[in-house]
Design a protein around this ligand. Structure first.
Ligand code: DI6
Ligand code: FE
Length: 411
């Protein structure tokens, strides 16, 4: 069989669902044709191949390209000043009620052009790619009116044309009540459902729809209206649920068969059971937990007991998680939430792919999937989780093509 490229002499964490744990293969080989994996497994069992190019991995580990399945990467301005206020004693919620917080990023985002938004996001994206990330989800939600939400989503799509990465967009119009709608959250939700969502869906700018269900944002009833409108347009659902308080957002997400319920620090056992029954993925965001100094950890034991898939993501955003390292997120998932190494690695590959409804395409090393690889200078997978602020990426491959300039193999 003629193939384009073969990576040999590697150890694999395939993340294939039928295998134990992370699906380790010690005598690994990956073969690719036209950007797709045609074989990933033991070199001893491989059919005869005629590769155009052979890459000797010299014993390194290959994982699927990493997936950051929850980010707010595209926005204007920053919130360093607010960080200083918080250091002086103000809480995140006090700042939000005082007109700061999300709303200050909304002002900066509205003032930015599409080019400005792309330029501001590129360095953040670059930091993710440098750690072997090959798919990034990007939410809107800092425009909060049609034109500015559109600019954010278009900027997000453009990131995927300017860098070798797959971008999945999510419309988060129901992120905060914009200043001009203060006191009329229902009116704003009406605008989200009747005007913004249909227009952006028709333009193909949203791969999914998310909402922030919280005391400082939208009620479960308002969230349900957004979900009904999105479901009516055939769009998959996500939810920022039970992050700061238990509004039974996890159960709400499950009732609508949402792809994910995200954060869920305050979710209860009934919410977790509902997620399990609906196949809703738990997306845990330890960067936000850490940054706002939350003390209530998500219900990991219940998630495990009910068999809810667990994903991890950066939640990269200016207010509660100014984080652009998925490797540090793995360390936080283990240290703060006590996830195991195998759970952490699956959480940014196989389970993150499920969180995006993309497990048919990415998230494991299996024939037929896009050939997105991260090749690591490590002796054991635990090193990806154990270190803090160290990047052992050797090389990165997106759709079969190695990325020049990224990884130590290209230094
Ligand atoms: N939850 C969060 O942690 C972020 N958004 C959300 O719904 C915070 C966004 C911000 O403060 O700018
Ligand atoms: Fe978020």
């Amino acid at each position: 069989m003629k193939v384009d490229r073969v990576w040999h002499g590697c150890r694999l964490a395939t993340l294939a669902p039928m295998r134990e744990g992370i699906g380790t293969v010690t005598d690994g080989l990956v073969a690719e044709v036209g950007g797709r994996i045609v074989y990933a497994g033991s070199a001893a069992e491989v059919p005869a191949l005629e590769p155009a190019e052979r890459i000797d991995c010299e014993g390194r580990w290959i994982t699927p390209g990493l997936i950051d399945c929850h980010t707010h990467l595209v926005y204007g301005g920053d919130r360093a000043r607010e960080f200083e206020q918080r250091l002086a004693g103000a809480t995140y919620e006090e700042i939000a009620w005082g007109g700061g917080g999300i709303v200050s990023t909304v002002a900066a985002t509205r003032a930015a052009s599409e080019d400005d938004l792309v330029a501001a996001a590129l360095p953040r994206l670059g930091a993710l790619l440098a750690e072997g990330v090959t798919t990034v989800e990007v939410k809107s939600g800092y425009g909060l009116e049609l034109e500015a939400e559109r600019r954010q989503l278009r900027a997000a799509r453009r990131l995927g044309t300017q860098r070798p990465v797959a971008i999945r967009t999510t419309f988060l119009g129901a992120h905060a009540i914009p200043p001009e709608w203060r006191g009329d959250a229902d009116g704003y939700i009406e605008a989200v459902c009747q005007t913004m969502l249909p227009a952006l869906a028709a333009e193909g700018l949203a791969d999914a729809v998310d909402a922030f269900c919280e005391g400082i944002a939208f009620s479960p009833e308002q969230t349900a209206r957004v979900f009904e409108a999105a479901a009516g347009l055939g769009l998959p659902l996500r939810l920022h649920a039970d992050q700061l308080s238990n509004l039974h957002g996890a159960a709400l997400a499950a009732r609508f068969r949402a792809l994910t319920a995200d954060h869920i620090e305050y979710a209860d056992e009934a919410g977790v059971a509902a997620m399990a029954a609906a196949g809703t993925v738990a997306v845990l965001l330890p960067g936000a937990f850490y940054f706002i100094r939350e003390t209530q950890a998500p219900p990991v034991a219940a998630l495990r007991a009910h068999g809810v898939p667990i994903a991890l993501a950066t939640d990269s955003n200016p207010g509660t998680s100014p984080l652009t390292s998925l490797l540090l997120t793995l360390n936080m998932g283990a240290t703060l939430f006590r996830l195991t190494v195998d759970e952490c690695i699956a959480a940014v590959s196989r389970e993150a792919a499920r969180a995006l409804g993309q497990f048919h395409e990415i998230g494991s090393l299996e024939a037929g999937k896009r050939c997105d690889l991260a090749i690591w200078d490590i002796e054991r997978p635990a090193e990806l989780v154990y270190r803090m602020g160290f990047n052992p990426l050797h090389a990165r491959v997106h759709a079969g093509v190695p990325t020049p300039g990224i990884g130590r193999g290209w230094a």
